[in-house]
Design a protein around this ligand. Structure first.
Ligand code: SF4
Length: 292
């Protein structure tokens, strides 16, 4: 029979009562649907992980512009800057920022990426997970566990709201990706169930109201750079959570607030490119230039 974990509270108590990790509860959930075995889910997660690594590798070496010409070589610029000057946040943060741009730029070049949870937010989870795994010698098995943990966080949020900019604004895309990345990172760092859920809650609380206003209707501006920002946001939340700094507002209530915020947001700010950045003077000029 299909199990029914639909809230973070249920996830927490299920894990506590069964003495399981979040990824184990997620595997049980998939198995309970009768379509998947643990083996199949882990295999799929490994394929996703490999595709993420490949997107990073290709993206790091490419300077090709997107078909629109709006973006495409920011990752290269950042790598050059770090090569000469390093990063004030340290080498892992440096990797996270570059890996995020590498993956996001691969998306706009129509390369292969893993929508995680969406194509527009595809750089955040891979960058945080893989950069940390490389620098801290995390085994492939534990990377898969972290990815499944991230997926479970995204699944629970998606029970209440669609993970789409057109429905909930960018809080539902890059915001949720950041929460997923924070959970994966906290899992790899040995955080407990409470800390993992709390890391996600801290992220979600701080992305409420994030608009989706892509310039020229293309998933490029502000999407690519936003991935980089929200990857670091995930790291901050994990650090706070590992220090047992808790979100006073519980995760489920934050998801409710996020869903309500999405409904209250004007349709002009939900992927229609009719407001916000998309209607700035420069964006209108770019639109004329590119789209005629
Ligand atoms: S701004 Fe909109 S299109 Fe771009 S990543 Fe966010 S939700 Fe997706």
């Amino acid at each position: 029979m299909e199990n029914t974990i639909t809230t973070f509270r249920q996830l927490y108590y299920t894990c506590k009562e069964t003495n399981k990790k979040i990824y184990e509860a997620a595997l049980d959930y998939e198995a309970s649907k009768g379509e998947n075995t643990e083996y199949k889910v882990r295999l799929q997660a490994k394929k996703s992980l490999d595709a993420m690594k490949s997107a990073i590798k290709t993206g790091l070496c490419s300077t090709e512009s997107s078909p629109s010409g709006l973006s495409g070589n920011d990752c290269d610029k950042l790598q050059k800057r770090f090569k000469d000057y390093g990063a004030i946040l340290g080498s892992t943060a440096q990797k996270i920022m570059t890996y995020t741009l590498a993956t996001s730029e691969q998306n706009l070049r129509m390369g292969t990426i893993v929508a995680c949870p969406t194509a527009g937010s595809c750089g955040i989870v891979p960058a945080v997970l893989i950069a940390y795994a490389e620098d801290y010698n995390i085994t492939e098995n534990d990377q898969i566990n972290a990815l499944i943990t991230a997926g479970e966080i995204g699944r629970i949020v998606s029970v209440k709201m669609a993970l789409a900019g057109a429905v909930g604004g960018c809080q539902a895309e890059c915001g949720v990706a950041s929460a997923m990345a924070s959970a994966a990172l906290t899992q790899m760092r040995g955080g407990n169930i409470k800390q993992i859920i709390n890391a996600s809650a801290l992220v979600l609380k701080n992305v409420l109201g994030l608009t989706c206003d892509p310039v020229c209707g293309l998933v490029e501006i502000p999407c690519v750079k936003r991935n980089s920002f929200l990857a670091i946001h995930a790291v901050t939340a994990s650090e706070l959570a590992m220090a047992n700094i808790i979100s006073k507002i519980p995760a489920d209530e934050i998801v409710d607030a996020m869903e309500q915020t999405g409904k209250l947001m004007s349709p002009l700010l939900k992927e229609s490119s009719q407001g916000g950045l998309a209607k700035t003077k420069t964006a209108i000029a770019l639109e004329k230039n590119i789209l005629g």
